[in-house]
Design a binder for this molecule. Structure first.
Ligand SMILES: Cc1cc2nc3c(=O)[nH]c(=O)nc-3n(C[C@H](O)[C@H](O)[C@H](O)COP(=O)(O)OP(=O)(O)OC[C@H]3O[C@@H](n4cnc5c(N)ncnc54)[C@H](O)[C@@H]3O)c2cc1C
Ligand code: FES
Length: 1246
């Protein structure tokens, strides 16, 4: 085999690459070289799984093929020599044959429903649990076809190979002898197996020289066991180790088996499957670090590693703890390497414990972890050895030395706890505050020991375990769900799909990887690329920009900045490029234009910017203190006589609540491609935007080019959530400036970190409130001041404050007659804020629930009663005198949800549980949901347009102003067209959204996309039906195609524009809400009951059950609507419980990648998730009686938040703390832990 020739099989096809680039990842190779775009780039750092592919490797000795998943974004291409890769395109395709799993994923939505019961045949119920009978047993003979050549030609696996790049040489030896030779030849050579760290080093230029891959060295791939140990070759992956231990654990028993299960639990919590499939045990010990899960447990176990001197081949075997550097890496001399690791079995009387506490249950580095081992003398409770090891607390995992010394020879028992907790204070010096403050971690050090103590008591004294381990993977059962919705009436025509759970139109394309997103568009030959230059100051004057070095670099065309903006007078010019002043860290200063993305990124790091720092305001608190408000603020809204109402109140409560911001975290980052046609400044802009017409307007303004020269279009977005309204405009503006400058196609894709640093976020709020109520809990008066952080510029957000007052006053489902509301929009030197799913109502709904809870606690009245006494009922009017026609369904939803969830019975059960459970508490909470849909801010915000064409073959093409971003808009509108035209959905197609076809469309936001654009489609189709009627009437027995052709031959237009205008009565002047506007189109009512469990010793929590009822009128498509509700709850759980948007004290964004910002993971899904759609006849719903679904269910997450508060109340009560308290959003585990007050009672109170 020639050096520098790589052979890799992809989807069965052989690819040979001579001199492959060492910087290229498998993902880049698949997407760019092989044009296989089904594998996506969403984070580029192993944090999301969008790039997952299967790798298959043949073992010539065992003659077995191992298939495993990997993150293609981390995997260097050169690591794949002699291996086979299967991408989503290789599994199945709509053009050939679908894989059963692809088919199942698509069809489950449509075919999952059975009639609930004979008594209520109208209702359909779907239980979404996987049913084993639907799957065939795993059959090895059905393995994907593995290339014959890789099985026959053993040299692929046995012959060493090397690839030489400009700065790095990648060697893959196939024997330990060769490894030693290489090490002698290149003493500084680095080893690698999974290359998750080394690969990144090579790509960023931090690693140069020789890298030796140990992945094919048989001596390092051996795994065996004797009576005392499992001996694991250094190149064995964590997944292989897991597999091996699983088989061994089956034949062991007692403490040995329990110990192995603890190791399995730990292994299961290291990253995701894709990571564990490549990361080796040797690398885990060599690279270690203070947060390593593997190292922390192995240290506690007293594991040893064998270290070979590659010069003289001698091997020493030492306890891992004896070969550790201060930074937690393995202490190795240059010529040394780890060859194996010995994992000891636990013997009789020896107990092992593992706990990982992280801000997300899975796929997360530990905030703090621990490995603990106790050995008791035979048949006694006398301690022979006690090893407590902690990770996440310092640069390296720490073993509590004094505890070990003092505890030896002492009796295991209650008295020991106080001694150990005292010793731990000095033994474990907490210095790291990642994912938790130092104080919190210090407290957790004792807490985790207490958990261990309780666990051992359960084993040794056979006591029930009072502290179930929420971090354990095994403690999390598979989630179950049920979905109930009403069937269409029996008289509805079979071919009419409206109201039926039809599969998402692009489901097959999504599951086969054929769905085309912006970055999947093929490259033009002369396409140029852009990398942004961002501010490294939060607030400063720009003194000088020196791009000379960057511009002289290879492949670079030029640097552009403010001076290159054609219309510098435009209002958005300073948001495109900072002019003289930067106003947040991440403010875009300029951009490098280059021939490739890699050239552009390299040069962008070499643009030198000199700053002169200015005073900055980085926190909301600071902005309030310095009164840095938007001009004209506060905006105040009053109603009734608040002074009198407070005087008449029996009880007055004053408090405050804060709510954090949120990252939009769409899977597809900001991206656009601009192609100049070369004529009259015409540009075709493909942008991942929710608001095509505004992008067209503002890019035209900044370029000084008329709007009619710009075509903006997009097929679909990979998520938007409001984050693709404003930010895409600036991205497209930069790309357009470059495209016009060079008259070449331009692509601008933000990598995840840049995206997070540059773009808008959800607003953060702090609210002060005072409420007065009667003895029965009826609210009589409410005074609220809400402070909102708008970042450095209010942007689109500028019109929010008066509107939010409006919502606060009228909404959230409660009738309050006397109020005074003041809204302050505060400016800080942080990212600009943007609307995000739910827009301004989540903090307001959260506030109302905090108020309800405060009243219930203060008056000692069950909170459900407080909701009911204040809730709107039918016939009520809002403060601006709008009759609430749908308010009746609020009560119905509430009662249905309480009944479905067995609320009152479970309330008693939860209270009983809390009385008997000392360290974990459950919480239960029911909240109503009442959310407006439709925007009344401006008169023009209720219009939609569509264009429907019928072609001569009878096929139908629709264009409308809405954007498809996974929410199923196109599917619903095809259903509508199919109903009106009476043609099957399969004959109808929506290509894309395009400003040429539909000008001036509103943004697809605010849950009213299907209302506005659906009504427009309906209008257009109805026009066509009228035109076709004469041809149908004379040929009733003939097919649709015949009527179409006849109409065409008769010169009848088969193209119709449709339009919908909601009407002027909805427009609401928020500065004067009493002038009669309706404000919103309608309200969506519902209710949610949440049950959670909280670990008072750590603050960890999990959602046990959610029951949600939502009145969506006559749902157009229950399957899609229920999917929206599922997604909304998970996003809301992130907002109210787990996600943390974080800036440091200097105003630098800390949460700027997947390692530091954690959207919910699979274990955050409620264990039981029940959804019921209430199908009611609404007098105000728009399209066939349906209502919008996107935003209202976001409020469901507040139920989980309040249930956590309920659990905290139970813990505080037990620990002697009564009365109201403040819980801020997100309900972080640190906050929960401190509020529970459990830690104040131990060690003495255990
Ligand atoms: C997305 C992601 C998530 C993660 N999540 C977790 C987590 O939840 N918990 C956790 O504990 N860790 C986690 N990690 C860290 C990960 O486990 C370590 O980075 C791992 O050790 C890297 O293994 P590798 O085989 O890819 O290392 P490589 O990149 O191949 O090598 C890493 C280092 O080890 C050295 N080395 C390798 N083998 C030997 C040897 N035999 N002798 C001497 N030196 C050797 C190399 O020279 C190099 O310096 C995560 C990492 C990523 C990227
Ligand atoms: S793109 Fe690879 S894990 Fe996110």
């Amino acid at each position: 085999m020639e050096a520098n020739t790589l052979v890799v099989f992809v989807n069965g096809v052989k690819h040979t690459e001579v001199n492959p680039s060492l910087e290229t990842t498998l993902l880049q190779y698949l997407r760019t070289e092989l044009c296989l775009p089904g594998t996506k780039l969403a984070c580029g750092e192993g944090g999301c799984g969008a790039c997952t592919v299967m790798v298959s490797r043949y073992n010539p000795t065992s003659k077995q093929i191992r298939h495993y998943s990997v993150n293609a974004c981390l995997m260097p291409l050169v690591a794949l020599h002699g291996l086979a890769v299967t991408t989503v395109e290789g599994i199945g395709s709509t053009k050939t044959k679908l894989h059963p799993v692809q088919e199942w994923l698509c069809e489950k939505g449509e075919n999952c429903c059975q009639n609930q019961n004979a008594a209520d045949t109208k209702k359909k119920i779907c239980t979404k649990t996987f049913d084993a009978s639907e799957f065939a047993l795993y059959d090895r003979t059905q393995d994907p076809i593995f290339p014959n050549e890789l099985q026959i030609e053993t040299s692929y696996h046995t012959k060493s190979i090397k690839f030489t790049g400009a700065t790095v040489q990648w060697c893959r030896p196939t024997s330990l002898e060769q490894v030693c030779q290489l090490k002698q030849e290149y003493p500084e050579a680095l080893f690698t197996v999974g290359a998750t760290l080394i690969g990144k080093g090579i790509r960023t230029g931090k690693i140069q020289g020789v890298v030796v891959s140990l992945s094919h060295v048989p001596e390092l791939l051996d795994i065996s066991s004797d009576d005392d140990n499992i001996k694991v070759g250094a190149a064995i992956t964590l997944a292989q180790l897991h597999e091996y231990i699983e088989t061994i654990a089956e034949i062991k028993n007692g403490e040995t088996k329990a110990g192995l299960e603890t190791v399995l639990d730990m292994l299961h919590q290291v990253g995701g499957h894709q990571l564990r499939n490549v990361v080796s045990i040797g690398s885990s010990i060599a690279s270690g670090g203070g947060r390593s899960d593997v190292l922390t447990l192995l240290l506690a176990m007293g594991a040893t590693s064998e270290i070979m001197n590659t010069t003289d081949k001698t091997i020493v075997c030492k306890e891992i703890s004896q070969r550790m550097n201060d930074d937690g890496t393995c202490l190795l001399e240059q010529q040394e390497m780890i060859t194996s690791v010995n994992i000891p079995y636990m013997s009789q009387g020896e107990h092992l414990y593992w706990h990982k506490h992280a801000s997300r249950a899975d796929l997360n580095l530990a905030s703090i972890n621990c490995g603990m081992r106790l050995k008791l003398q035979a048949n006694s409770h006398i301690i022979e050895d006690l090893v407590l090891c902690y990770g996440g607390v310092a640069k390296r995992s720490i073993v509590a030395a004094n505890v070990k010394k003092e505890a030896t020879g002492k009796a295991w028992g209650k008295d020991l706890v106080a001694v150990v907790c005292r010793l731990l204070e000095s033994d474990i010096d907490v210095t790291i505050n990642k994912d938790g403050s130092v104080d919190y971690k210090k407290a957790l050090v004792s807490s985790l020991f207490l958990k261990f103590y309780l666990k051992i008591n359960a084993i040794v004294l056979s006591q029930p375990d009072p502290s179930p381990d929420m971090s354990s993977v095994r403690s999390h059962p598979l989630s179950k769900a049920s979905e109930i919705f009403e069937d269409v009436p029996p008289e509805q025509a079979a071919e009419d799909t409206v109201g039926r759970p039809m599969v998402h139109k692009a489901a097959l394309q999504q599951t086969t990887g054929e769905a085309v997103f912006c970055d999947d568009l093929p490259m033009y030959k002369d396409e140029i690329h852009i990398a942004l230059v961002l501010s490294h100051r939060v607030h400063a004057n720009i003194v000088k920009i020196d791009a000379s070095k960057a511009e002289s670099m290879s492949g670079v065309l030029s640097f552009i900045s403010f001076k290159d903006i054609p219309n510098q007078q435009s209002n958005i010019a300073e948001h495109v490029f900072a002019d003289k002043e930067v106003r947040y860290e991440g403010h875009v200063i300029g951009a490098i234009i280059a021939k490739t993305g890699a050239f552009a990124r390299a040069a962008a790091n070499n643009v030198l910017v000199e700053y002169d720092d200015l005073p900055s305001i980085v926190t909301l608190e600071d902005a309030i203190k310095k009164e840095n408000f938007m001009a004209g603020h506060p905006v105040v809204l009053k109603h009734g006589d608040i002074d009198k109402a407070f005087q008449e109140s029996d009880v007055t409560i004053e408090s405050e609540i804060a709510m954090n911001g949120q990252e939009h975290f769409y899977m597809e980052t900001q991206i656009c491609r601009v192609v100049p046609t070369g004529e009259e400044q015409e540009l075709e802009i493909v942008s991942s935007t929710q608001f095509l017409s505004e992008l067209q307007t503002l890019v035209s303004e900044i370029l000084n080019v008329p709007q009619n020269r710009l075509t903006v279009k997009i097929k679909r977005l990979g998520g938007g959530f409001g984050g693709k309204e404003e930010s895409p405009i600036y991205v497209a503006a930069i790309a357009s400036i470059a495209a016009l400058k060079y008259n070449k196609p331009v692509r601008l894709v933000l990598d995840r970190r840049t995206d997070m640093r540059v773009t808008h976020k959800r607003q953060e709020t702090w609210t002060k409130y005072k409420v007065g109520c009667s003895k029965s809990g009826k609210i009589l008066a409410k005074e609220v001041s809400v402070y909102t952080n708008a970042g450095y510029t209010p942007g689109f957000f500028g019109f929010v404050p008066p509107a939010s007052l409006f919502c606060l006053a009228s909404d959230q489902g409660y009738k309050i007659d006397n109020f005074k509301l003041s809204a302050y929009t505060c400016l800080t030197n942080t990212n600009p804020r943007a609307p995000m799913r739910g827009f301004m109502t989540p903090p307001l709904a959260l506030l109302m629930q905090a108020i309800m809870n405060d009243i219930a606690v203060k008056l000692n009245i069950p909170d459900a009663q407080i909701h009911e006494i204040n809730m709107y009922t039918s016939g009520d009017h809002t403060f601006y005198n709008r009759e609430l026609k749908d308010a009746g369904s609020l009560k119905v939803s509430w009662e249905t949800c309480l009944n479905n969830s067995d609320y009152y019975k479970r309330r008693t059960q939860v209270d009983n549980y809390n009385r008997s459970s000392r360290w974990t508490k459950k919480g239960l909470c029911a909240i109503p949901i009442y959310r407006d849909v439709g925007m009344g801010f401006f008169r023009h915000m209720g219009q939609g347009a569509a264009l429907v064409n019928i072609y001569k073959d009878g096929s139908v093409w629709i264009s409308h102003g809405g954007v498809e971003m996974g929410q199923g808009l196109h599917t619903k509108l095809i259903q509508v067209a199919s109903k009106v035209l009476q043609v099957p959905c399969e004959r109808i197609h929506i290509l894309e959204t395009n400003t040429n076809c539909i000008p001036n469309a509103l943004a697809t936001v605010a849950s009213h996309g299907s209302d506005l654009f659906g009504m427009a489609v309906k209008d257009a189709c109805e026009k066509l039906v009228v035109r076709l009627k004469p041809y149908k009437q004379i040929n009733l027995d003939k097919p649709w195609e015949k009527w179409v052709m006849d109409a065409y031959l008769d010169s009848t237009s088969l193209s119709a524009a449709g339009f919908y205008d909601r009407g002027p009565e909805y427009y609401q002047n928020f500065n004067n809400p009493y002038d009669g506007g309706k404000g919103h189109q309608y309200f969506v009512c519902g209710a949610t009951v949440a049950e959670v469990e909280v670990d008072c010793l750590t603050g960890a929590n999990r959602v046990l059950r959610i029951d949600a009822t939502l009145d969506l009128g006559r749902s157009l498509n229950p399957a899609i609507d229920i999917g929206q509700i599922d997604g909304a709850f998970v996003m809301a759980f992130g907002l109210f419980v787990s996600e943390k948007l974080e800036y440091d004290e200097n105003g630098f964004l800390v949460s700027k990648d997947t390692f530091s910002y954690h959207i919910p993971g699979s274990r955050d899904i409620p264990t039981q998730f029940n959804i019921q759609l209430l199908n009611t006849d609404s007098k105000e719903a728009v399209l066939y009686g349906s209502k919008g679904v996107g935003e209202p269910p976001i409020h469901m997450g507040i139920a989980a938040f309040m249930a956590i508060k309920d659990a905290i109340i139970a813990s505080r009560k037990e620990n002697g703390v009564a009365g109201n308290f403040q819980l801020n959003s997100p309900a972080s585990s640190e906050q929960i832990f401190h509020l529970c007050k459990a830690s104040s009672t131990y060690p003495s109170g255990i």
